[in-house]
Each structure stands twice: as structure tokens, then as C-alpha cells.
Design a protein around this ligand. Structure first.
Ligand SMILES: *Cc1c(COP(=O)(O)O)cnc(C)c1O
Length: 412
């Protein structure tokens, strides 16, 4: 790459950024460098009034009539259809429900049930812990077992016992991005279903789940989608599987006639059957607001900026902190990297905590990773510059070694 940019050059990049104005549509405190939108996305400016309207008008005034008058009943499908546009699925192929972990449970059980004679859920040991936990629990309850193998050996483990292969598309620790098309094809060749976790992909990288062969997918509402803490998750299943799909947690709102109060479950048409109980209306209002904002954005432009931010971050660390003991945990090739940069350092924990005190919020991932999310809608080039500058100052002060960082806090 070219000469190390200075702060002025970064400010020039911001001035030329086609997404520069979008930052003003978020609440980002002055002086704060927020590089943790991959853990909890920032608050869109339009969200408080939309949530307030759902509370005050729809709930307060409309009361129970709002199930129809305010289209509460349709919200999981309506927001799902909007998300389908973001991930390259068709209308009717996405609903919004519960959390990512619970949606995974439903899809793993449903996948095992659809794949008669096959009992293994195959995944990689590098996968996110919640995904591993719920896979084990779902398999135990639904008559299967989980095969957990190192990423490098996954393809060797694909045999005719495998019902479902579960991947997280972008690795939460390193940002490594899997080849969705290639791995889905490999799963299909072995007769397995491909289940994709899009938590660090949706709103971070362009997605074409149908074209890339995903059979089922889940994704997080509170990270890059900016749907707020505890936002419900997206659940995707390609339409050709809907007929055979059975919800392992059947409930009245996934029934063909919820208000007929029939004694046994008759699944609603299509993906509606995967809904269980009453939707999280207030959280859905916040999520829909975040998704609506995203639908105004050209994902290709967002991706271009996200890559440029990542390249800048890596270049600044390599040029300015070359003797500081960092190694890059993320792929150097931006095509294989999600919207984050992760650095390994023996004192990673103290660095992350020290940076937070200096107004740079990233996060620590055990055992030794400093993780920086680069949400392209509200992260500026100068934020990246300031983050690296403050990291350099912290390391030269030695403040990251202070004993107040010896004890780990509960959430990092
Ligand atoms: C964030 C994340 C989750 C979160 O699951 P919830 O049940 O919504 O809390 C699951 N899987 C991955 C890969 C994640 O990054």
C-alpha cells in the first residue's frame, strides 16, 4: 500500500465518503470511537420515536385492536420479508422470532426430522459457543448427535450420516468469512442440508443465500442490523423445504388458524409454521426501524467502505505499531474478511480495557484477541485513525499493564 495516511488524509476520505451523511442518522456520542457495532449496533435516530409510537399509540391507545389495526400480527413476516431482501432470499422465506440461539434450535431439530436415516449435525469447533451448546441440546432432544471437528477437517467428516452441516458464515473471533457457495455445494453433494449462521454477516457483507445454496439460515438483529439489545433474530428456510418443515416448538401463532383454538396443531402455510408464540412487538418495532434504514443503503457501497476501513486499520497498525507485539488474527485478504479487524496480543485484555477508558470501544475475546468492529454506516476513517493513535499512546504509557485490569469484568 501507499504511504501511511495521516489524520488529515483520513478526514479527506470521510469528506469523499458517499455514506458520510448516514452517520448523522445514528446516536453516536461526540468523542466516542465506537468499534463494537458487531456486539451491539448503535441506535438509529429514528428508532426512539418509532418505539414510542408502538408503545403510546399502538399499545396505549389501540390496545388489543392493534393486533389487526397496527398489523402487529403480520410483524414477524413483514420484517422477515424486508430481511429477505437484505440476504438474497425471496418473500416468505424469512420470519423473525426469538433469539438466534432459539432459532438454531428450531432449525436443527427440523433439519434432523427432514433427513430421515441421517442423525449427525456437523459443525466446526471454532464455531460460536452458543451455536455449539444449542446444537448439542437440540440433537440430544431430537434424536441426533453433534460432530464437532476442526475447521480444516470438516469436509473430510462429511459422510452419509450427516443430516445438517452448520457453519457460521463470518467467524466471530477473527472475521474469517467462509465460502458459502462452495461449502453449501459440498454439503449437498453429501446429501446434507446447509445451515448458515449470519450473525456477523447480515448488515456487514453482501449476502445471496439462495444463489449460494443455503438451505436454512439464522441471523442476529442487534449487531449490524442495529435492532437494539435483545432484538429478535431472523430465521430463513428456502421455500422448497417449507412443505416438509416441522416446528419442534409448535405454538398457537404458528397454527393455520390460531383463533380456532383447535386441540391439535395444524401448521400455518409456509414459514409461518416456524412461529411459536406471541411476537416481540416492541422489539420488532426497533428492529424494523434498523432494517428500514438498511434498505435505503446500497450494500455494495457499504461493503466497499467496510473493506477500506479494514485496510486502513491494518495498514496503520502495521506501519505505526509494528514493534508493539500485535499479530493479525483476521485474514489479510479483504475478500475473506467480514467487517472487523482482530488483533492477537499477549496483553489483549488490558489493551481493550485501557482503550475503553480512552474512549475507544472494542472488545476482548478470550484468550488473547482485541476485536474491532467496523460498522460502515457510522464508522469514520478518522475513527480508525484515532483508535490506532490512542492504542499507540496506551502501549507507550504502559497503562494497559496496570493492575486495575488484572481482574476481568463480566461483559467485555
Ligand atoms: C451474536 C451471536 C449469537 C447470538 O445469539 P442470541 O441467541 O441472539 O444471543 C449466536 N451466534 C453467533 C455466531 C453470534 O455471533
Amino acid at each position: 500500500m501507499s504511504a501511511t495516511p495521516d489524520r488529515t488524509a483520513c478526514a479527506d476520505l470521510d469528506a469523499a465518503d458517499p455514506l458520510a451523511g448516514v452517520r448523522d442518522r445514528f446516536v453516536v456520542r461526540d468523542g466516542l470511537v465506537y468499534l463494537d457495532g458487531n456486539s451491539l449496533g448503535a441506535l438509529p435516530l429514528q428508532t426512539p420515536s418509532r418505539v414510542a409510537a408502538a408503545v403510546e399509540q399502538e399499545w396505549g391507545q389501540g390496545l388489543v385492536r392493534s393486533w389487526m389495526d397496527a398489523q402487529w400480527m403480520d410483524a414477524p413476516v413483514r420484517v422477515g420479508d424486508k430481511l429477505a431482501r437484505m440476504i438474497g432470499a425471496s418473500p416468505g422465506e424469512v420470519v423473525v422470532a426469538e433469539s438466534t440461539t432459539v432459532c438454531l434450535f428450531k432449525l436443527i431439530c427440523a433439519g434432523l426430522a427432514m433427513q430421515r436415516g441421517r442423525t449427525v449435525v456437523l459443525t466446526e469447533e471454532e464455531n460460536f459457543h452458543s451455536d455449539l451448546y444449542v446444537a448439542a441440546g437440540a440433537a440430544r432432544l431430537c434424536g441426533g448427535t453433534v460432530g464437532v471437528v476442526p475447521r480444516a477437517r470438516l469436509l473430510d467428516a462429511l459422510d452419509d450420516r450427516v443430516a445438517v452441516v452448520m457453519h457460521t458464515h463470518v467467524d466471530f473471533r477473527t472475521g474469517f468469512m467462509h465460502d458459502m457457495r462452495g461449502l453449501s455445494a459440498a454439503a449437498h453433494e453429501a446429501g446434507a442440508l446447509a445451515l448458515w449462521d449470519l450473525c456477523h454477516s447480515v448488515g456487514a457483507v453482501p449476502l445471496q443465500v439462495n444463489a449460494d445454496g443455503a438451505d436454512m439460515a439464522v441471523g442476529c438483529g442487534y449487531k449490524y442490523l442495529n435492532g437494539g439489545p435483545g432484538a429478535p433474530a431472523l430465521l430463513h428456510v428456502r421455500s422448497s423445504l417449507h412443505e416438509a418443515l416441522r416446528n419442534p416448538i409448535p405454538g398457537w401463532l404458528g397454527h393455520a388458524a390460531p383463533f380456532a383454538f383447535e386441540p391439535s396443531h395444524r401448521p400455518a402455510a409456509g414459514l409461518g409454521s416456524m412461529i411459536t408464540g406471541t411476537p416481540h412487538i416492541l422489539q420488532l418495532a426497533a428492529l424494523e426501524s434498523g432494517v428500514d434504514l438498511w434498505l435505503e443503503i446500497d450494500m455494495a457501497v457499504a461493503r466497499e467502505k467496510s473493506i477500506a476501513l479494514g485496510e486502513l486499520f491494518i495498514q496503520l497498525v502495521e506501519d505505526r505499531l509494528d514493534n508493539a507485539g500485535f499479530t493479525l488474527a483476521s485474514p489479510r485478504d479483504p475478500e475473506r474478511r467480514g467487517s472487523q479487524v482482530s488483533l492477537v496480543h499477549p496483553k489483549a485484555y488490558g489493551i481493550v480495557r485501557g482503550l475503553i477508558e480512552r474512549g475507544v470501544v472494542g472488545d476482548f475475546r478470550a484468550p488473547d484477541i482485541c476485536r474491532f468492529g467496523l460498522a460502515p454506516l457510522y464508522t469514520r476513517y478518522v475513527d480508525v485513525w484515532d483508535a490506532v493513535e490512542r492504542m499507540g499512546n496506551l502501549l507507550s504509557d504502559g497503562d494497559h499493564l496496570d493492575e486495575r485490569f488484572a481482574e476481568k469484568v463480566a461483559v467485555t
